[in-house]
Write a protein that binds this ligand. Structure first.
Ligand SMILES: [Zn+2]
Length: 128
């Protein structure tokens, strides 16, 4: 019986049918972020189209980021338009990035390249 459970678990992992703790945490975090965003009053008529340029440097460890800016988990460097962010390899070798980190750094790129976008480091200060 134990052998079949191991085989079943292996098949589920190989086919991507397993909801891991990582998935649960990521989905909860994403949902929480959206709930926070949805709690901000809407802005009728808002429409803005912008284009930004960024070079994204994916590094194996957050230590590389700490060497550039101690205490940061990722960094957007302006005016160089470079994001340095830790990444990890997925099951098929594809790169996985933290949605929270890449989103945060893109917000900095919007703020600093375009203007008119709130500094994400100040969201808490303004109650967002
Ligand atoms: Zn920031």
């Amino acid at each position: 019986m134990k052998k079949y459970i191991i085989i079943l678990c292996t098949l589920m992992i190989l086919t991507g049918c397993v909801v891991t703790n990582t998935t649960t945490l990521r989905e909860q975090g994403f949902k929480t972020q959206l709930q926070a965003f949805d709690s901000i009053p809407s802005s009728p008529g808002l429409f803005k189209s912008v284009e930004i340029q960024v070079r994204i440097i994916v590094v194996e460890d957050v230590g590389y980021v700490h060497d550039i800016q101690p205490g940061s988990d990722a960094i957007y460097m302006h005016p160089h338009r470079i994001i340095v962010i830790p990444g990890k390899r997925g099951r098929n070798g594809e790169i996985i990035l933290s949605e929270a980190l890449i989103g945060h750094e893109i917000l900095h790129a919007l703020q600093l390249q375009v203007g008119g976008f709130m500094n994400p480091d100040e969201f808490g200060y303004w109650g967002y």
